[in-house]
Design a protein around this ligand. Structure first.
Ligand code: PA5
Length: 330
């Protein structure tokens, strides 16, 4: 898993060279990304990286395609790394039945098969990774599709620059003295509580999912400003849990000044009730670089935490058993 995590910069650069089939340029108002787990997070990251575009990017993690997925104004992108995830296939079929312009991103499976049969634009990404370890390919392919649809410009260059930026900081982000190791030691035998500004929710979700899947550990996520209107009151009970929790606030140069102020006040209000609090600031030039810096940091944290927890970061036995059991039930 360590080598897979290390390969993120190469994946982003590799994705910039993916061959993108012709995609209709319909001036879409909305991009809906259908996927689950390690495939879905690419859609969340795209929403946060491309925060300032004039169309919406939303991830659907469900069986049901919402009625506002309308032909002409929606581009639906089905993402399943394995190509066999039933929720994603259900969304894909509904999009095709409804006549919504659809693109598929996968390494194979049923999604690739159906796309080939029906002539749906298909982007095949390399196989052999665990889905969550292919985020560079998945996010890169999604960005390239949006570029191909005429919705984004300069995607190849942004992916390349981000890959190069991460390569340049690779030696600092891992190892005994790194920030990632520091966070892993703070999270060991504790409950990580991760707070992001709303426009960086994907960072907190990625840390959570990586901690869950790689380290087999619980983590909690919320966003500011919303948590200031409810959850801030709850950081008290049960005290046995709260006093074993470690809070992290993510921040970025684009974070709204009032959110930064809120973080400062929140910190002072909760510090007696939790074990520790840290803030982590993004690094890099473009928004893509800054978001991927935080994501990569969290990927290493989850790996070191898996080592602390004596868990195999690659194994996901419960997810696999659940899929098998559902497959048997039909
Ligand atoms: O990380 C994982 O293995 C999971 O979260 C999967 O991504 C999830 O179960 C969906 O599978 P897929 O990505 O193959 O569609």
């Amino acid at each position: 898993m360590l080598d897979i995590i290390r390969s993120l910069p190469e994946q982003l650069i590799g994705a910039s060279r993916l061959e993108i089939p012709d995609i209709t340029r319909a001036g879409y108002r909305r991009v809906l990304v259908g996927g689950m787990g390690g495939s879905a997070i690419g859609g969340d990251v795209a929403r946060d990286v491309f925060r300032d575009v004039e169309f919406s990017i939303e991830t659907i993690r469900d069986y049901h395609l919402p009625p506002y997925a309308l032909p002409g104004e929606t581009l639906f992108i089905a993402v399943s790394y394995s190509g066999n995830t039933e929720e994603t296939l259900s969304l894909f079929e509904q999009a095709l039945e409804r006549g919504v312009d659809t693109v598929a991103i996968t390494s194979g499976g049923r999604l690739a098969e159906i796309s080939r049969q029906k002539g749906i634009p298909l982007i095949t990404i390399p196989g052999g990774y665990p889905p969550r370890g292919a985020l560079g390919w998945i996010f890169g392919a999604l960005s390239m599709v949006m570029g191909g649809a005429g919705l984004l410009e300069g995607v190849e260059e942004l992916l390349n620059e981000t890959g190069r930026f991460l390569t340049d900081i690779a030696e600092e982000i891992e190892g005994e003295e790194s920030l990632s190791m520091d966070f892993a030691s703070k999270f060991y035998r504790r409950l990580p509580i991760l707070y992001a500004p709303s426009d960086m929710l994907s960072v907190a979700l990625r840390w959570q999912a990586q901690i869950n899947e790689n380290a087999k550990q619980m983590a909690h996520v919320n966003v500011l400003p919303e948590m200031n209107h409810n959850e801030i009151n709850g950081i008290k009970h049960p005290p046995e849990v709260m006093r074993r929790s470690w809070v992290v606030f993510f921040r970025d140069m684009d974070t709204h000044p009032r959110i930064l102020k809120r973080m400062e006040i929140t910190r002072s209000l909760i510090e007696e009730d939790v074990l520790g609090i840290d803030e982590v600031e993004s690094r890099g030039g473009s928004r893509m670089e800054r978001i991927f810096y935080l994501i990569w940091l969290g990927d290493f944290v989850s790996y070191y935490l898996a080592v602390y927890n004596r868990e195999d970061p690659l194994a996901i036995p419960r997810i696999s058993h659940l899929k098998e059991a559902l497959g048997r039930e039909g």
